[in-house]
Design a protein around this ligand. Structure first.
Ligand SMILES: Cc1cc2nc3c(=O)[nH]c(=O)nc-3n(C[C@H](O)[C@H](O)[C@H](O)COP(=O)(O)OP(=O)(O)OC[C@H]3O[C@@H](n4cnc5c(N)ncnc54)[C@H](O)[C@@H]3O)c2cc1C
Length: 380
């Protein structure tokens, strides 16, 4: 593993930075205020290729290596966490289809997901099943060669506009994963509004009343729904949220460097006060450390190293916490302006709060990382 990015990786980062600056950043505030992602931003995401960036070219994906994919995610996350969360959920569900799907499912679903012609959302969480996925209440009963599904899913990111849902359920007490069509009879999609952060991520509650799903839409053998399919998706989601969190820290640093240069109090620019500079130092170190963990876990993923899953958990845990601290400091350094509508740091703080909850709360990562510490395989 080299700390230096390759020319190819730098190229992907630069292109993503230009893309985000032109097609996302100018609308990030509006996306947050209106709680919706406009069609032109969705169209830009589709044509960018980033919705299938991590999937193999054979299926129409970008074939990006994990570091390049992370760098792209960081740039999108730096611009707007809502749009980044579209990348996250769409790519994590598509990855699950790629890893767990059979050749027919890949051929049918992946090309349209890679172009974004179809969007897919990830529906695991339920009113009574959040951190504990072993207690899913959504039930799939064998029915005419397929399944009849009943249950409620909550907080499904971009569920308002997704064409497909990767739904986790249980069948005869065994977890299964089903790809459910939005237009299925018995499926009701209700928008969830007024989130604290990632407010433009168009979440929905799904209600499944006797929804019939063909057996051909079951991913992997019955019994692997949460063990393999959901964990594959969540592992990719965690990597994405980790890199997206480094994007938030970078955005905080950018905003604070600019603001403390121009804002004057007591006859000096804010940047000349040592106590102010200390906050900037903390942000810089947090960014560098979070980025290093993301880079390390992406390199391990690239090498197929079995430690990649726990190292990704570590990166997500650290980067999400660091983003929240950086965003809190960023609001603080902006004073009252940090609390008003004219600067983006308030949005960064609300978005950063969400990072510590999605793809496993901080506490859930603390529990599994402590187990990792006892195993000690993290030592090279
Ligand atoms: C903006 C947003 C977008 C989301 N998008 C999606 C999505 O697209 N698809 C989807 O399926 N879900 C999504 N979620 C749901 C998210 O994955 C869950 O919120 C998360 O898994 C936590 O579950 P919970 O909210 O039920 O909290 P709970 O599990 O009820 O946890 C509440 C608190 O208790 C703690 N806790 C729980 N269990 C333990 C334990 N064993 N030990 C110690 N502490 C514990 C938690 O850490 C937390 O602090 C989204 C959530 C948000 C906020």
């Amino acid at each position: 593993m080299s700390v230096r990015l390759t020319d190819g990786q730098l190229g992907h980062r630069d292109r993503a930075r230009e893309f985000a600056a032109a097609s996302i950043t100018p609308w990030a505030g509006e996306i947050d205020q209106r709680q919706s992602t406009p069609e032109h931003v969705l169209a830009a995401m589709r044509s960018s290729g980033y919705l299938g960036a991590a999937l193999p070219e054979r299926w129409g994906g970008g074939g990006l290596d994990p570091v390049s994919y992370g760098l792209v995610t960081e740039e999108i996350g730096r611009a707007c966490s809502s749009v980044r969360s579209l990348m996250t959920v769409h790519n994590m569900a598509a990855q699950a289809i790629f890893r767990a799907g059979d050749p027919d499912q890949r051929a049918e679903l992946l090309p349209r997901l890679c172009t974004g012609e179809q969007l897919i959302a990830f529906a695991l969480t339920e009113p009574n099943a959040g951190s504990s996925v072993d207690v899913l209440e959504t039930e799939a009963v064998p029915h005419g060669g397929g399944y009849r599904v009943n249950g409620v899913k909550k907080w499904t990111t971009y569920g308002q506009i997704a064409d497909l849902f990767l739904v986790l359920a249980h069948c005869d007490h065994r977890p299964i994963a089903l790809v459910v069509d939005r237009h299925s009879d018995g499926l009701t999609v209700t928008p969830v509004r007024d989130l604290l952060g990632t407010r433009g991520s168009m979440p929905a509650e799904l209600r499944l009343d006797d929804v019939v799903v063909p057996a051909a839409r079951r991913l992997g053998p019955a019994g692997t729904g949460t063990g393999f399919v959901a964990h594959t998706a969540l592992d990719h989601g965690r990597a994405s949220v980790a890199w997206g969190s480094t994007g938030i820290i970078q955005a905080c640093l950018d905003a604070c460097v600019s603001y403390t240069r121009q804002r004057r109090q007591g006859g000096h620019a804010l940047k000349d006060y040592q106590l102010v500079r200390r906050h900037l130092t903390d942000m810089l170190v947090a960014y560098t450390a979070a980025r290093a963990l993301c880079h390390r876990s992406a390199c391990l993923r690239q090498d197929g190293d079995p430690r990649a899953v726990m190292e990704t958990s570590m990166a997500k845990y650290f980067a999400a916490g660091a983003a929240l601290r950086a965003a809190t400091d960023a609001v603080h350094l902006h004073g009252a302006n940090g609390c008003g509508p004219d600067y983006p740091v308030g949005r960064y703080l609300r978005d950063a709060t969400v990072m510590g909850i999605v793809e496993g709360t901080a506490e859930i990562h603390q529990i599994s990382l402590a187990n990792y510490a006892f195993q000690r395989p993290y030592r090279d």
